[in-house]
Write a protein that binds this ligand. Structure first.
Ligand code: APR
Length: 252
């Protein structure tokens, strides 16, 4: 794989690197992206109509079951070489921030620590009414489980359409975006705000913007480089050519 020399050089000399990831970074772990056709039992449902507070109020059990199914898929999945390359990059750069829209927790499981999960995490449950964490529910009992404090229904601790993002995480993400020398957008269709606007903010603040995605997105017009292909193949090789060392044994 041959990358443009300017691209490799930018990454080689960068000190502050910020990365935004989306569902595409987990595709090679076997987790379907959000806008992929859903399969099996869930094929007739539109995810954008299940991931809303209105859907939960209308039919809490249906929404619960969809997330339970996705939690199962995620629990059986493993991080892939793209996740591990991002762990290695965190070790390598003086200043490295990872911002993800993914709720699957695979970045954390791989070992990324300077991480902002802008859309929450599917493995946590909180009360729909009072937001208290709900833990230790019984999958054979009443579902969704009830909040131990107020009796409200438990919901996944993720950001649904129409809901705001956690303000402190968003603030940190914006700060890291504005001070980046190099900003990578990996595996996101860049359609859901406010995350989708981060690459543009980075560009305006002077960062060199790289996109990794097999498909063309709206970022094509603002990115300095579009690397067309799967993240698990491209990212480890790009990092290696930019002088990075592989630490994670799983990368092979
Ligand atoms: N490597 C890199 N990118 C990939 C790969 C791969 N192996 N496979 C697919 N992609 C790309 C697709 O081309 C697509 O552009 O990943 C992108 C996935 O897009 P979406 O499914 O729209 O996911 P995402 O951008 O993360 O969605 C954003 O929308 O519904 C909300 O909260 C949900 O976090 C989600 C947000």
């Amino acid at each position: 794989m041959q990358f443009a020399s300017q691209l490799v050089e930018r990454l080689r000399v960068a000190e502050r690197v910020t990365v935004l990831t989306g569902a595409g970074v987990s595709a090679e772990s076997g987790i379907p992206t959000f806008r992929d056709a859903q399969t099996g039992l869930w094929a007739r449902y539109d995810p954008t109509e299940l991931a809303t507070p209105q859907a939960f109020v209308r039919n809490p059990r249906l929404v619960w079951d969809w997330y339970a199914y996705r939690r199962d898929v995620i629990e059986q999945a493993e991080p892939n070489p793209a996740h591990y390359a991002l762990v290695d990059m965190e070790q390598h750069y003086a200043n490295f921030t990872l911002i993800t829209q993914n709720v699957d927790g695979l970045h954390w499981r791989a070992g990324s620590r300077n991480l902002f999960e802008l859309h929450g995490n599917i493995s946590r449950i909180r009360c729909f009414e009072c937001a208290a964490p709900v833990t230790g529910w019984d999958d054979d009992g009443e579902l969704p489980p009830r909040c131990p404090h107020c009796g409200g229904l438990g919901r996944p601790d993720v950001v649904w359409f129409g809901e705001g993002l956690p303000a402190p995480a968003l603030r940190e993400a914006e700060r890291a975006t504005e001070r980046a020398d190099v900003f990578l957008s990996i595996g996101t269709s860049a359609m859901v705000q406010p995350a989708a606007s981060l690459p543009l903010r980075a560009r305006r603040a002077g960062a060199y913007v790289i996109e990794i995605n097999p498909e063309e997105t709206s970022l094509a017009v603002i990115a300095d480089e579009w690397l067309r292909g799967p993240a698990g193949v491209i990212l480890p090789e790009l990092f290696r050519q930019a002088g990075g060392e592989r630490q994670s044994p799983e990368e092979g």
